[in-house]
Design a protein around this ligand. Structure first.
Ligand SMILES: Cc1ncc(COP(=O)(O)O)c(C=O)c1O
Length: 451
């Protein structure tokens, strides 16, 4: 049920006309009119039915410290729509059973729902095969899996792995540890003051020694949208695989892993309006087949004797133990919800919010925005001269405004900007300009109090 579909507004009369239309040209014209009207309704400022959207997220209506909650921390974790909560509720009330090995009806129902969720995720990121979708615990778990398994087989002494200066610790530490174990070398793509990758430096780093490029799609601290297609193309020209950390991207932009030609693409369910504790590793079949098992145990095998074990094919080879069944099902429900709104519409609306909050912040004396890349998602970090981010965040919380303060698991980036931390506003499509106004007022008040 597309929430903003033309159907809900003029769909029925158009459909009637369509059905009555006898010739093809008439039908084509009607389709064209519907598409244009749909687009303009969706993208116009009034077309984003905020009341309806916000009502879909029960938590947004609670108050915090006596004020209506303003939730600007979706980059850390996104709130959940009722449809996701319902999917979890439904699972526990009607489907709860362990999957894959049960002959009884309940187990088969749960298996069907879980595998349907895998197919939804496959379709959502346009993976070629459902078995290229591995369920994990989240982005961190997915990266650890690749670093460990790929590293075991393909990394040797003297090899190089490239990350960037804006990576989340989760996309640094697994590679750093691997390099320590294998005596390999971690190379870092530098950035400019705006928070953009220095692509010429990246090109220089790529060499015959490079065995992996692990790079974030969107920076969780700066909001920078990296030129991921170009990054992958340059690496592939030298036969180097690329892992893309999509933790911050999946909630803001559509992802087509085949079009971008990513070798690995990882993300977490909870940042995509789904449950915590579930995430995705997409990997090209050829890599996943070539990689050794990571964790092993129940679910990962074909046959076991004390002498030898034959391991399962993809995807089960990488899914040891009872998985987060309801998490996978809930993630698929979240994807259905997001797709009903449309990621193009979400990106357009969030861009409006980004421009609005940026302009407002720039007017406040002493505020410095950290991360001013040309291509940005709705993540805005800033510092206030003479004030500690933590103090500002604490006062904002007293006003019911949830922002994140600190290093955002990007300490090397904080060192680059010579700041102890930043205040980060990360917006989702359920946020509004009215909330931004409240936040700006709150920030001005906090600055007055602390100065
Ligand atoms: C860019 C990026 N990578 C990785 C992670 C780690 O995600 P998770 O904690 O869900 O594993 C985050 C979380 O904030 C992130 O923003």
């Amino acid at each position: 049920m597309p929430i903003y579909s033309i159907n809900s507004i003029i769909g029925t009369p158009l459909k009637t006309l369509y059905l009555k239309g006898k010739n093809l040209l008439f039908r084509i014209i009607l389709n064209f009119v519907a598409a244009i009207m749909n687009e303009s309704i969706l993208l116009s400022k009034t077309g984003f039915d905020m009341e309806k959207i916000r009502a879909d997220f029960p938590l947004l209506s609670r108050s915090v410290n006596g004020a209506a909650l303003v939730y600007f921390d979706s980059g850390a974790t996104a709130q959940k729509p009722q449809s996701v909560i319902d999917a979890l509720d439904h699972y526990y009330k009607y489907q709860n059973a362990n999957i894959h090995r049960g002959v009884h009806t309940l187990s088969q129902d749960a298996t069907t729902a879980y595998e349907a969720a895998r197919a939804t995720i496959q379709k959502h990121i346009n993976a070629a095969h459902a078995h290229e979708i591995i369920f994990t615990r989240g982005t961190t778990d997915s990266i650890n899996l690749v670093a460990s398994s790929f590293g075991k087989k393909f990394i040797s002494k003297g090899d190089e792995i490239i990350v960037s200066a804006m990576e989340h610790h989760s996309n640094i530490l697994p590679w750093q540890q691997l390099c320590e174990e294998k005596e390999a070398i971690l190379k870092v793509i530098p950035i400019n003051e705006a928070g953009e990758l220095l692509m010429d430096e990246y090109k220089k780093l790529l060499s015959g020694k490079t065995k992996m490029v692990a790079i974030t799609h969107i920076s969780n601290t700066l909001g920078t949208i990296n030129p991921i297609n170009e990054i992958i193309k340059l690496a592939h020209a030298k036969n180097i695989p690329v892992l893309v950390d999509g933790a911050q991207a999946v909630a803001h932009t559509s992802v087509d892993v085949q079009a971008m030609d990513a070798d690995f693409y990882v993300f977490s369910g909870h940042k995509l309006f789904g449950p915590t504790g579930v995430g995705i590793l997409y990997g090209k079949e050829k890599w996943l087949n070539a990689m050794p098992t990571y964790q092993v145990g129940g679910g990962t095998i074909k046959t076991v004797t004390f002498e030898k074990t034959e391991y399962a094919d993809l995807p089960l080879k990488f899914e040891a133990g009872t998985p987060h069944i309801e998490g996978g099902i809930g993630l698929a429900a979240a994807i259905d919800y997001v797709n009903a709104i449309g990621l193009k519409n979400i990106a357009a609306y969030e861009h409006e919010l980004l421009l609005y909050v940026t302009a407002a912040l720039e007017k406040i004396e002493g505020v410095k925005i950290i991360g001013t890349a040309k291509e940005k998602a709705s993540v805005i970090s800033f510092v206030v001269a003479g004030l500690h981010p933590f103090d500002v965040g604490t006062i904002l919380d007293q006003l019911g405004i949830a922002v994140r303060t600190g290093h955002h698991c990007t300490q090397p980036l904080m060192n680059f900007y010579c700041v102890p931390g930043t205040i980060r506003v990360s917006l989702a499509f359920y946020n509004t300009k009215a909330e931004i106004d409240l936040f700006i007022k709150g920030l001005e008040r906090a600055i007055k109090m602390l100065r």
